[in-house]
Design a binder for this molecule. Structure first.
Ligand SMILES: *Cc1c(COP(=O)(O)O)cnc(C)c1O
Length: 425
């Protein structure tokens, strides 16, 4: 199995003789053992197996294994949301007193998690523009920096990150690059091939694709050598007192240490585990991900070209347009297309956005994106409401920005809908 489409359909689950063809939903909180001694080994991480679904569940692990194969990683886990995935991915290697360099062009919820909530936990973030100079990027690092974070294609700014450049700089400082790959999905970009070390997802978006479950995933490339930076990552390379002194890198190796620690400590203590049913629904989405991504991108390209041709439209941002400052980076990292999300502003600015959106018939106003059904959002009035004008600018989200998430309907209908909404006064 070498091709991404085949992996979308089949990876992660190989039924044995007589077993169900569809992945079983193990709707059970707990698992039975014949002796306390056998169970004790699980609690000590001396044996692998299931004992309580707050930590691990077979259905979730089956789906995580598929996402792991799609990204080309060594280990993966599901979480109950994309927020939990990003929090865990960073918190797994950071503690109070540590510092992270992050792209400023990231999802509003992630920005809030980093700049407000994790700050309260004593972890500081320095935000840099994704297209900052090498000097600016270098200047953001401190002796206590533990990671670099960015989004392949930023939601909703749609900036494309130069993953290779960020990975090189991160590695020169002895820290991993964590990439949120939600928008392109591994169908369009596999950040590990460009040097990223950890990938996260909000599986709520294209991976599910049908607006049916909120979820997240974390995947480890297995390429980052934690032991070479032992003093920076003691949580992975020194004994864990909560598991009788095991050392994750020793016991689980470079390919398994990160995810095992994340499950054994963070899932255990925070419990952001996905429901088995939700993992099952996510797998439904994954089975058609390669087909849907192609259609999302085709529709978005046509819609972006249409919008660019209209005089009512002040600007259009889509990395598939030659006019986009991110066109070249998109061609390099995502030659088959980026995603189905297009952002634009109207000549009338913020007020015109509200009127225009109320006229749309097919595109529906929803706090959602990356769905089979076309949806539209005005971030300054919704997801980014809490941000000041200056913060909005820093995230690349102007007050007039309309985020249109092109679904998998017929492009002609989407364009006709946009045209009538632009024309009605
Ligand atoms: C939606 C989103 C998140 C948060 O995911 P949830 O599943 O809503 O918690 C994180 N990153 C990106 C890029 C997103 O689009």
């Amino acid at each position: 199995m070498t091709q991404i489409g085949t992996k979308c359909v089949q990876a992660g689950y190989r039924p044995q003789n007589g077993e169900p063809r569809q992945i079983p939903i193990i709707q059970s909180t707990t698992f039975r053992y014949e002796s306390s001694a056998a169970m004790g080994k699980l609690f000590d991480l001396e044996a692998s197996g299931y004992f309580y679904s707050r930590l691990q569940n077979p259905t979730a692990d089956t789906v995580a294994a598929k996402i792991c194969e799609l990204e080309g990683g060594t280990a993966a886990m599901l979480t109950s949301s994309g927020q939990a995935a990003n929090f865990f991915a960073v918190f797994n290697i950071c503690s109070a007193g540590d510092h992270v360099v992050a792209s400023s062009a990231i999802y509003g919820g992630t920005f809030n998690l980093f700049a407000v909530t994790m700050k309260r936990m004593g972890i500081e973030f320095t935000f840099v523009k994704p297209d900052c100079s090498d000097e600016e990027l270098e200047a953001a690092f401190r002796p206590n920096t533990k990671a670099v974070f960015g989004e392949t294609v930023a939601n909703p700014a749609l900036a494309v990150l130069d993953i290779e450049r960020f990975a090189q700089v991160a590695h020169s400082h002895g820290v991993p690059l964590i990439i949120d790959n939600t928008f392109p999905t591994p169908v369009n970009c596999r950040p590990f091939e460009w040097g990223a070390d950890i990938v996260t997802h909000s599986t709520t978006k294209y991976m599910d694709g049908h607006g049916s479950q909120v979820g997240g995933a974390i995947v480890d490339s297995g390429k980052f050598d934690w032991t070479a930076q032992s003093e920076k990552f003691p949580g992975l390379t020194t004994p864990d007192a909560s598991y009788h002194g095991i050392v994750y890198t020793e016991k689980f190796g470079q390919g398994g240490a990160f995810i095992t620690k994340c499950v054994a400590q963070l899932m255990r203590d925070f419990g952001a585990s996905p429901a088995p049913m939700n993992a099952f629904l996510l797998n439904f989405g994954l089975e058609s991900l390669h087909l849907r991504m192609k259609r999302h991108c085709e529709n978005a390209q046509k819609v972006a070209e249409f919008l660019e041709s209209r005089q009512e439209v002040a600007w259009v941002n889509y990395a598939g347009l030659k006019s986009s400052p991110y066109y070249d980076l998109a061609q390099k990292y995502m030659p088959n297309g980026t995603c189905g999300v297009v952002s634009f502003g109207l000549v009338g600015g913020r007020d015109a956005a509200e009127v225009f959106m109320s006229k749309l018939q097919i595109a529906q106003i929803a706090t959602h994106v990356a769905d089979a059904r076309t949806c539209v959002l005005h971030p300054a009035n919704a997801t980014h409401r809490q941000l000041s004008e200056a913060e909005l600018e820093a995230c690349g989200v102007g007050a007039d920005l309309i985020r249109l998430s092109c679904g998998i309907e017929d492009a002609d209908d989407l364009i006709a809908d946009l045209a009538q909404a632009l024309e009605t006064k």
